[in-house]
Design a protein around this ligand. Sequence first.
Ligand SMILES: Cc1cc2nc3c(=O)[nH]c(=O)nc-3n(C[C@H](O)[C@H](O)[C@H](O)COP(=O)(O)OP(=O)(O)OC[C@H]3O[C@@H](n4cnc5c(N)ncnc54)[C@H](O)[C@@H]3O)c2cc1C
Length: 469
Amino acid sequence: MNLPDLVRAELAPELGHGVLSTDPDVVGAHSTDQALFCPSDGAVGLVRARSVEDVQATMRFATRHRVPVVPQGARTGLSGGANAVPGCLLLSVERMDRVLTIDPAERTVTVEPGIINADLKSAVAEHGLSYPPDPGSVAISSIGGNVATNAGGLCCVRYGVTRDYVRRLRVVLADGTLTTLGTTTAKGVAGLDLCGLLVGSEGTLGVVVEVTLRLVPALPEAVTAVATFPDIRAAASTVADLMASGAQPSLVESMDRATLQILAEVGYGDVGADAGAMLLVQSDGGGSLAAAQAEVEALGEFARAHGALDVAVSDDPADSADLVQMRRMAQPSFETWAQSHGGGQLLDDVCLPRTRLPEFYDRLEDVREESGLTIAVAAHAGDGNTHPSVFFDSSDPGSVARAELAFDRIMEIGLELGGTITGEHGVGHLKRRWLARELDEGNRQVHRAVKAALDPLGILNPGKMLQDL
Ligand SMILES: Cc1cc2nc3c(=O)[nH]c(=O)nc-3n(C[C@H](O)[C@H](O)[C@H](O)COP(=O)(O)OP(=O)(O)OC[C@H]3O[C@@H](n4cnc5c(N)ncnc54)[C@H](O)[C@@H]3O)c2cc1C
């Protein structure tokens, strides 16, 4: 029996009605995330799990027949991690999207993995609680996907990344075993930190079917400062000084000249033609308005010392929301702009020590010159996490080749400056070659051993993050 027939004959009866689809159009439409240059052909079926049992049945089937399985959340990933591989089953947990419990005393929420980050935030807000991690995709990405990629976001500079909030995971292993990793309690050191191991494992070690997250009291209102500079180097130097001063801002975002020009062109905000860079800083002062104001004033001093063109402060929530929205619109504007400029955009995600940011931007100038391509950089600057976007003409093989070279060169520079190839988007298919370059041999050995222990048949998301180690 061929694989699609086997799937229909053996797996379908174990799943509820409407859970499995082998319709090529449906399967094809669910075969990719948001990354470019990553293959996505060859899936034989799509399982849209409604329950833990559906996930277990799928993994047992996959183990019996050595079928690759690609776990999927909302497919907003930017590295091809959720893309199909030949002969695979796509295992989507998007429909498992319930809030199971909110525990105000323990300050935790337990959810199914398919819930969208913003929906979880709304649910806990009703209890005066907050779940801080806020990737740019907050309104479209799932918590399971956030856990599997250890997603970051804008407020990480003060409040940390997804990993800092995960207390307990329930995970279906490659052979279908359901296990609980971690504890819901505030403290817990029993055994190895296998819960931490699963965070950021990109679907290569198990399928996350339930997540318990730590919550914090509702976040205080923030004071916002915006500074413009003649160039991005000055903005980057300001960030390094601000962070070295002991300040604890809740958001530090930067946009370079190319980003500001694209935003203005697409119609999402115009800060004036003189501005070569913009820095957006928020501070909530941990709930103290005076502390927040002191921090943004300190920013003003550092910014002026680095030649800022203008510094403005606002404690009006509507103004602040508009400014943050402008930053959030950077990626959508890039997508719009790319459509009328050759169609291609490769989005990088290099994270650097903050003090090396000015040098990074200097060296990026060389990449621009060498490639002859537009490269725009929006950054979670307070974390040193840059997102250079390389634009190219997707119909011109020469332009495509130069874009790929520029993309690689950016990661190379990142490593040379003591950074990492990915701060938050993950490795997936896109950067799998580069992971081997970043990790030393001892580290690669441990990766291989962990993978062999948890997924001896190599059926969980093969061809992705761990492929080239
Ligand atoms: C406009 C835009 C802005 C973005 N901004 C940010 C940002 O600021 N910060 C950031 O970190 N990312 C950002 N991203 C990237 C993306 O949204 C994140 O990587 C997100 O965490 C992916 O979630 P998802 O539900 O879409 O997962 P998917 O794309 O479906 O999957 C991502 C990876 O996780 C695995 N996976 C998914 N669900 C599970 C599960 N239940 N169990 C095991 N493995 C699973 C998949 O196999 C895949 O490897 C952005 C994306 C877009 C489109």
